[in-house]
Every structure is written in C-alpha cells, then in structure tokens.
Design a protein around this ligand. Structure first.
Ligand code: 5GP
Length: 213
C-alpha cells in the first residue's frame, strides 16, 4: 500500500457570455462534491433569483474599491461595465481545506492570474496547481442565437456582449485547454476528463509514508 496525499487544484474557466460555461460549471460542481465554487465580488446589481454570498458578493463601488486598495483581490477586472473580483482569502481558505477550487472569471482576470503564476513573488502556492480552460461557442452565429434564445437580456446588452465576445474569443490560445461547446454532453465529458486527468498528475501527490532508508 502507498499512502499518498493530493494537492487540490485551482481551475479557471472562461468563456464569452452565452457559450454555456455556467451550465458546464454547475454540472461539474453537482457531480464532484470535492469542488468549491469561488464566489466572486461584483458591483453589478443582483439578477432575479441571485443570492448574496452564493451567486456573488454584491458590493457597492466604494466597498469594492476599498478592497482593491487593501490588496484583498487575487484578480479583479471591469466586465460589461461592472467590477468583478476574486478574494484571495476565500481561495486560500478552500485550498487549505483540501478542496479543488473552480473559478468562473473573464479573460482579463485569467491573464492576471497567469502573470502571477509566471512572475509573482510568493507564487509557490499557485504555480503547481493552476489549470485554465477556455469554453468557445462553435460560431458567432451560434452565440448570437443562444443570447437571443435565453431571453435574459435587452437588445443593447446582447449587442454589447456579442462585441465583447469577439474580443474574448481572441484569447483562447492563452489557455491550457479549449473546449468548443457544440454539443453540451460532449463538452461536459471533455471538462470532467480534464479535471480527472489534472487531479491525477504525479506532481500533485506527496507521500505520507516515511522515506525509505
Ligand atoms: P455575469 O455578470 O453575467 O454573472 O458575469 C459576467 C462575466 O464576469 C462572466 O464572463 C464571468 O466569467 C465574469 N466574472 C465573474 N466573476 C468574476 C471575477 O471574480 N473576476 C473576473 N475577472 N471576472 C469575473
């Protein structure tokens, strides 16, 4: 018998709005109860059904800015005109409890974390556990249909999201993995395969047994 301990993963998923990221992430969290979903802070208003502390921490502009000044965010960015950010404390807390962490953040936030992984001082804790995945729609036309179809947003909001999606799509090459979300079941299969394979990398494990003499 060998007695191994596995380091938890920090997994980032980004996608243009409407590419199916939320559905895929929700399914992953439902299947794997070892994953903690990283609850972000935002200055946008809650949508119907969203719960403070569960969907997001909904903050005022002032409160958000104070936390930026206090260095509380691992990353933060303006997305669709609102501030979004991930608190360092909540990530550290989940990892310390041995939980894999799933972060649903935009391309700017992912780029900030990648830079930190590459160049940051005190980046030991994140270097070997960081994994990122880009979810792409099969085409812009498909994305357009999905944004119209879900009926969540006004016309001008959809137009802005489509313009932003064009820019975000340029970033797919910066990620370690890309999933083209054509058929949801296939995409979910790919996502869970990435998670399982990444968890089993030898470098994630350390031995709890006494070293051989
Ligand atoms: P929504 O407001 O529709 O929930 O999210 C809008 C966008 O903000 C999504 O692309 C989502 O990935 C991104 N987002 C959510 N939380 C964060 C965060 O903490 N940091 C960054 N950079 N983006 C985030």
């Amino acid at each position: 018998m060998i007695n191994l301990e596995r380091q938890p993963l920090l997994m980032v998923v980004s996608a243009p709005s409407g590419a199916g990221k939320t559905t895929l992430c929700d399914r992953l969290i439902t299947e794997f109860d070892s994953i903690t979903y990283s609850v972000s802070c935002t200055t946008r208003s809650p949508r119907e059904g969203e719960i403070d502390g569960k969907s997001y921490y909904f903050l005022s502009d002032q409160d958000f800015e104070q936390r930026v000044q206090g260095g509380e965010f691992l990353e933060h960015a303006v997305v669709h005109g609102n501030q979004y950010g991930t608190l360092k404390a909540s990530i550290h807390e989940a990892l310390a409890a041995g939980r894999d962490v799933l972060m649903d953040i935009d391309v700017q936030g992912a780029e900030q974390i990648r830079r930190f992984v590459r160049e940051g001082a005190d980046n030991d804790w994140i270097r070997d556990i960081y994994v990122d995945i880009f979810i792409a729609p099969p085409s812009m036309h498909d994305l357009q249909l999905r944004l119209w179809g879900r009926g969540k947003d006004e016309q001008d909001v959809i137009q802005r999201r489509l313009e932003r999606a064009q820019e975000e799509l340029q970033c797919w090459k910066d990620y370690q993995y890309v999933i083209v979300n054509d058929r949801l079941d296939d995409s979910y299969h790919a996502l869970r395969c990435i998670l399982c394979a990444e968890r089993d990398r030898v470098r994630r494990f350390s031995s709890l047994d006494a070293p051989d003499r």
